[in-house]
Design a protein around this ligand. Structure first.
Ligand code: T46
Length: 131
């Protein structure tokens, strides 16, 4: 799957409300090893790439602007829907900006947390990941 692709989740809505289900190797295009969420965010976050990690980012409340850069170029995507997931593959520089107050972003990840998978230096990313 291409980085920056939006996955549209099927919503089960009835007179009680709505429900969305995420399943590995189905509407999430990898085996799920970890889920984390961001909230009470006061400033931009991210500013790194991952060597192996794949993720799907879902803005379950509020809105956020995600900036992505890989060997194909730059993209800027506004997330503001619980029924949309943003796929981010490996070797992609990501930044998250313009969180509106109260925003909650849930991230579904293909690997457990591993600091050695991060490239946090933009110059290293440019040199190593875009070569
Ligand atoms: C990403 C963007 C979208 C853990 O201990 N376990 C975890 O699973 C994660 C994600 C983080 N941490 C620790 C590492 C740091 O001490 O939590 C602290 C904050 O992490 P970080 O500065 O990496 O947070 P963000 O918001 O810049 O980045 C996070 C993810 O780390 C990253 O993979 O793609 O959200």
């Amino acid at each position: 799957m291409n980085t920056g692709k939006i996955i549209n989740f099927n919503e089960f809505r009835d007179n009680r409300g709505a429900l969305i289900s995420l399943e590995e190797n189905s509407n999430i295009p990898f085996a799920i090893k970890r889920i984390y969420y961001l909230y009470d965010v006061l400033e931009s976050r991210g500013f790194h790439a991952h060597k192996q990690l794949e993720q799907v980012m879902i803005c379950v409340h509020g809105s956020v602007v995600v900036k992505l850069e890989d060997e194909t170029g730059n993209q800027s995507i506004k997330l503001n829907s619980k029924s949309e997931g943003l796929y981010i593959g490996s070797n992609v520089w990501r930044e998250m900006h313009e969180f509106t107050p109260g925003t909650i972003v849930m991230v579904v990840a293909s690997e457990k947390y591993d600091e050695s998978d991060y490239i946090r230096d933009y110059q290293v990313f440019k040199k190593e990941m875009l070569k």
